[in-house]
Ligand binder design. Structure first.
Ligand SMILES: Nc1ncnc2c1ncn2[C@@H]1O[C@H](COP(=O)(O)OP(=O)(O)OP(=O)(O)O)[C@@H](O)[C@H]1O
Ligand SMILES: [Mg+2]
Length: 303
């Protein structure tokens, strides 16, 4: 029985959240201009969950992921991952957090690996930083490369690997120090459909077999439909959530079933009404709200 199945899955859903973002703001200042990349984002992720973050270009996906990775600090709000309060960490704690708690996969395949090192050496490197003895490092590297199906490519450097193989090595590198959290920013952005599907299957397998919590940012609807929960970001806030009650096996095959889509309500009661509904009902600046028989209806309130 795995974490994904039956009772174990229900226990997982009851578990306190592992990632908590609440009222998260990120404001970038460029010359005299302020860019609000995140505006009051709220997100909870349970331990052992795999979720996709989807959204248009510029909606704040990478900003969120970089904050969760400890590469960037938010301007305001709460962000907690496990025991770490990411808003109040010393530089030392940030370094510790990045080394032990998170593995990160960049969209640009070239950014994940050192080109002059072999696959094996790339996977060993993060363990050198945490001080694991050489023999144990070598053994774990070999295990990880076998996990990602690259036992036959251990001594290849980046230039001697295909794009998909490079991303699989990147996943092995990200898992080197057994992080409880894996963050991947568009990990299949540069790959063709078939290779993307293989990388995705691998992430689902890692999630199931190692119980690693995984957050994947993607433009790719195929990724969004092969994880249990996909959350859409719009204008720096989480707006909708799509849930799929799918077994691991079906998910691997990409067959979605039992799909439910929700609007998310933030802690102040705000929801983002989808643009197509706003347009269709000519909803402008205000709506009339009514509650009847346990249902809420919204109606255009004119100009
Ligand atoms: N370092 C920065 N300085 C200034 N503005 C930034 C910076 N990084 C991001 N932004 C701005 O913040 C907003 C969100 O950017 P972000 O990179 O998070 O978007 P994204 O959803 O990842 O987009 P994409 O899908 O294109 O990768 C954008 O308007 C972007 O221009
Ligand atoms: Mg991005």
């Amino acid at each position: 029985m795995t974490l994904r199945d039956g009772m174990a899955r229900e226990l997982l859903e009851e578990a306190p959240p592992y990632i908590v973002c609440s009222g998260l703001f990120k404001i970038y200042k460029v010359a005299d201009l302020e860019v609000v990349a995140l505006r009051g984002l709220e997100l909870n992720v349970r331990p052992g969950e795999i979720i996709a973050i989807v959204g248009a270009s510029g909606s704040g996906k990478s900003t969120l992921l970089n904050i969760l990775a400890g590469y960037d600090t938010p301007s305001a709000g709460t962000v907690r991952v496990g025991e770490y309060d990411l808003l109040n960490m010393t530089n030392r704690e940030v370094v510790d957090y990045r080394r032990r708690e998170v593995g990160f996969i960049w969209q640009e395949t070239s950014r994940n690996l050192f080109p002059y090192l072999t696959a094996l050496e790339n996977v060993e490197l993060p363990m050198v930083l945490t001080g694991l003895p050489p023999k144990a490092r070598r053994q774990r590297s070999e295990e990880l490369l076998s996990l990602v199906g690259l036992s036959q490519r251990m001594h290849h450097t980046q230039a001697e690997l295909s794009g998909g193989e490079q991303q699989r090595v990147s996943i092995a590198v990200a898992l080197a120090n057994k992080p409880p959290l894996l963050l991947a920013d568009e990990p299949t952005g540069e790959l063709d459909d078939e290779t993307s599907a293989a990388v995705l299957d691998l992430l689902n397998r890692v999630n199931r077999d190692l119980a690693t919590t995984i957050v994947v940012v993607t433009h790719d609807p195929a990724i969004a439909s092969s994880v249990g929960r996909a959350i859409a970001i719009r204008d720096g806030k989480t707006s909708t959530e799509t849930l799929r009650r799918v077994s691991f096996e079906k998910r691997i095959g990409g067959q979605a079933e039992d799909v439910e889509e929700f609007l998310l309500v933030d802690s102040s009661g705000s929801v983002q009404i989808p643009r197509n509904i706003l347009d269709k009902l000519a909803i402008g600046r205000r709506v009339r709200v009514a509650e009847t028989d346990g249902k809420v209806t919204l109606e255009s309130g004119g100009e």
